[in-house]
Design a protein around this ligand. Structure first.
Ligand code: BGC
Length: 790
């Protein structure tokens, strides 16, 4: 039969000079009619149903699995070490043979494209790679770290920031970020506190969700986004003594009520992958912990994404003294449900034996590989796994991103003290004609970008505090900089020696050079009208493997601060750091203290904006600030006990130290003032399961616009278990013009009032009297109550 196209081509062409004949008109009519019929059929639901439906990611994964050899399947479970493990076989060779499903720490876009090309064009089944990197708070533009971002109490801003970070990373070929890190941290000695959202599970859950949405977008595969990886499951932040990698001992009730909620929130937000932690959790390493990874994660929470171990954590099941040998380690991790082995090569080397001996079935292997392939399909990697090198410069140079970094840094800063409204500083030159900027982190890019920001960028392209201040005041004020003695860790970080790490500590000085730097700094303060001291932590002093037993200011910073204060010049202290430090002396002797955290690439501009009043600080602490390390772990939602510390005659748990913090959770000042008043609970008695509404007024009572975070805390007065003194169960950040007042409404529903009871061993919602407080921090005294009836 001749085709329609043939008929059209062989039909005599129309000739406009010839009279239009009826047979031509008939032909046109017929062709048009035919087209309409075809168009109608194609559009009809019948036709749509008859077409083979496009394959789902799951179907495509199943089809691919059928073509894979056992070796190739094991390869998908292997994450090659990239620059993290230069000692191991060449990544490219592994990829070519289909023996790596992912590569770690590959950050050069050209090198990534080369690897992807090998995977897609040279490996037998053309499976693209997951390229994983710790884009914790930025890729090229570095934003403040999660601890600082949580201090904004602004999930929408957190989402915008991680969206921008994802966009840069994806343009550079990174399709997987090992973030968000959502470990609850209640001990400032732990170096990784900086990577999470602080001590509170309710706020932590809100920040976790926002980060997942930012990284992944509305769904996996959204262009310009990356796969997120919630980590480190679970309770890494509870390491004994705040010592990184040490064991965590956490009872079930704390796991369910405190450590798990941010993970569950990330899952609810659709996170596609999860990382198992390094440490022993209640004497079973998290990466081989069947209860944690199977019962909780897969059975209870129905997680359908994939689990990757932390770096070399499968191999180190042997080091823990848990697995007999590497083969046993592979089996334990497989049994617990770890899909991907990060850079320990244990699966690659040991799984073939386990398959051969029948200890692991091919069906079980398929179950582990499938979610990885599904994610790769959902991410669109089979269609395009490459960095877009032509678009990359445009994305990295988008001026909107540093603007956002500056806004984020401004909003994350916490004003800890501001006696006699010393801040904001006058920038006209009328009040101060000269300023001394003093301190070893005032001109340090690495300090500002922190551990992960520095791993990627090395601390380059940073506006430091000294640059930001100079830029702000121009020629109106003379600004002199003196670093004072340099600072070092007392015990160097093992990361100094990693080939892929670009961060390096400050150079050590001879005692004579250090003394000269010290004297210069004091002299600079003496000849200036004001000293801005910029103190804290430099590269590798916070983050992984950076626990701190004393929380004291490193090096001679404390001594320098005291010497500068002794000059009698007005002093402002700016802290650049990743955790609360011991600043008890400063809290007594320095009039103004601004916590700037690790403020990122635009940190210097943001610090200057806040110091000189172009931005009004509105950040609030998301960790309780101790007076000294001896108080740690310290957190606001502790239990009442038989000797509540609120009793008038009760001094302290210690004989030599108050047990109250230096600054409470939720605390932070502003250049304006607020009043929270008129708390109303909408019912005094509620049925079990019924929601209770709480409303309050918040007013800006000062003279300039500002942001306030109104916080709502709850306490259950009795129950099947003792309940914390108070727990955050609602918050709202509001921007108010001078004099402006707003009424805020909170709802306390089942989710807010349910807890996991250690005596009942399950979730309970109990009849009881509940206290409610609303205020500007966790000590707010505006009180109400209601009763939940049986
Ligand atoms: C850290 C993880 C990180 C991984 C890869 C580990 O040492 O604990 O948080 O994602 O390295 O960089």
């Amino acid at each position: 039969m001749r085709s329609l196209s043939h008929r059209i081509h062989t039909a005599r062409p129309f000739n406009v000079t010839q009279p239009f004949r009826t047979s031509d008109a008939r032909l046109i009519r017929n062709v048009l009619a035919f087209c309409f019929v075809i168009f109608g059929i194609v559009r009809s639901p019948l036709f749509v149903a008859a077409q083979p439906a496009p394959k789902t990611a799951e179907q495509r994964a199943d089809a691919l699995l059928k073509q894979m050899t056992v070796e190739e399947k094991i390869g998908q479970l292997n994450q090659a070490g990239g620059t993290y493990r230069r000692d191991m076989p060449n990544d490219e060779e592994l990829v070519r043979k289909g023996l790596a499903g992912s590569v770690l720490w590959a950050s050069d876009p050209g090198a990534i494209n080369k690897l992807q090309r090998v995977a897609v064009e040279e490996s037998r089944l053309h499976v693209p790679l997951l390229i994983g990197l710790d884009v914790i708070h930025g890729y090229h533009t570095i934003f403040p770290p999660p601890l600082a971002m949580s201090a904004t109490w602004d999930p929408a801003l957190v989402e915008r920031v991680q969206t921008a970070a994802a966009r840069e990373a994806r343009a550079g070929g990174i399709n997987w970020s090992f973030a968000p890190m959502v470990d609850i941290a209640r001990d400032a000695r732990w170096g990784r506190m900086v990577e999470g959202a602080g001590e509170d599970p309710y706020l932590g859950a809100a920040i976790a969700k926002a980060q997942v949405r930012g990284f992944q977008g509305p769904e996996l595969g959204t262009p310009g986004h990356v796969l997120a990886c919630v980590k480190h499951f679970a309770a890494y932040g509870a390491a004994d003594g705040g010592r990184d990698y040490d064991s965590s001992y956490v009872p079930d009730d704390l796991l369910w009520n405190v450590y798990f909620p941010p993970f569950k929130a990330a899952l609810d937000a659709g996170v596609g992958s999860l990382m198992s932690a390094y440490m022993d959790l209640n004497e079973v390493p998290a990466t081989g912990n069947y209860w944690l990874l199977h019962d909780v994660l897969r059975e209870d929470w129905k997680f359908r994404g994939f689990v990757v171990s932390d770096a070399e954590a499968i191999g180190s099941l042997v080091t823990h003294g848990y697995a007999r040998n590497r083969e046993d380690a592979a089996w334990l991790a497989i049994h617990a449900g770890v899909n991907m082995d990060m850079a320990s090569y244990t699966y690659l080397q040991e799984l073939p034996k386990l398959i051969q001996s029948g200890k692991v079935s091919v069906a079980a292997l398929d179950e582990l590989v499938r979610p990885l392939l599904v994610v790769k399909y959902k991410m669109g990697l089979f269609e395009n796994p490459y960095a877009d090198l032509s678009r990359l410069p445009g994305v990295l140079n988008d001026p909107a991103t540093p603007k956002l970094a500056r806004e984020a840094a401004q909003k994350s800063m916490v004003l800890l003290k501001n006696d006699n409204a010393m801040l904001p500083l006058d920038k006209s030159g009328n009040k101060y004609r000269s300023i001394a900027v003093i301190g070893p982190v005032a001109d340090s890019g690495p300090a500002q970008v922190g551990f992960w920001g520095g791993m990627i960028t090395g601390g380059a392209d940073v506006v430091t505090v000294i640059q930001g201040i100079k830029e702000k005041v121009g020629s109106a004020i003379k600004v002199e900089y003196a670093s004072g003695p340099s600072i070092q860790r007392e015990i160097p970080s093992n990361f100094e020696f990693y080939p892929g790490v670009k961060l390096h500590a400050q150079k050590a000085q001879s005692p004579a050079d250090a003394q000269a730097a010290f004297d210069t700094a004091v002299a600079t303060a003496k000849r200036s009208d004001l000293a801005v001291m910029v103190l804290g932590e430099d590269a590798l002093m916070a983050g992984e493997a950076a626990s701190n037993g004393t929380l004291r200011l490193a090096g001679r910073q404390q001594e320098l601060l005291q010497a500068v204060v002794a000059t009698g010049k007005p002093v402002v202290l700016v802290l650049i750091n990743g955790r609360p430090l011991n600043i008890s002396w400063a809290a007594e002797h320095v009039a103004a203290i601004l916590e700037a955290w690790e403020p990122g690439s635009q940190g210097g501009n943001a610090v200057a904006d806040v110091l000189f009043g172009d931005a009004n600080p509105g950040g609030k602490l998301t960790v309780t600030w101790p007076q000294s390390a001896g108080q740690e772990p310290l957190y606001y939602d502790h239990m009442l006990t038989h000797e509540p510390e609120t009793k008038p005659d009760f001094g302290s748990r210690y004989q030599d130290l108050k047990s109250t913090p230096l600054y409470p959770f939720g605390y932070g000042l502003s250049y304006t003032n607020f009043a929270v008043s008129n708390l109303k609970v909408d019912k005094l008695k509620a049925k079990l399961g019924e929601s209770v509404g709480v409303s309050v007024d918040v007013q800006n009572t000062g003279a300039i616009a500002g942001d306030e975070v109104v916080q709502l805390y709850v306490h259950q007065q009795s129950g099947s278990a003792s309940r914390p003194v108070r727990q955050l169960k609602g918050f709202e950040k509001v921007g108010l013009a001078p004099g402006e007042k707003k009424r805020l409404h909170f709802t306390l529903g089942k989710d807010e009032l349910t807890y996991w009871s250690s005596s009942e061993k399950k979730w309970v919602l109990e009849p009881a009297v509940f206290d409610v407080w609303a205020g500007e921090d966790s000590t707010g005294s505006l009180h109400g109550s209601f009763e939940v009836l049986p």
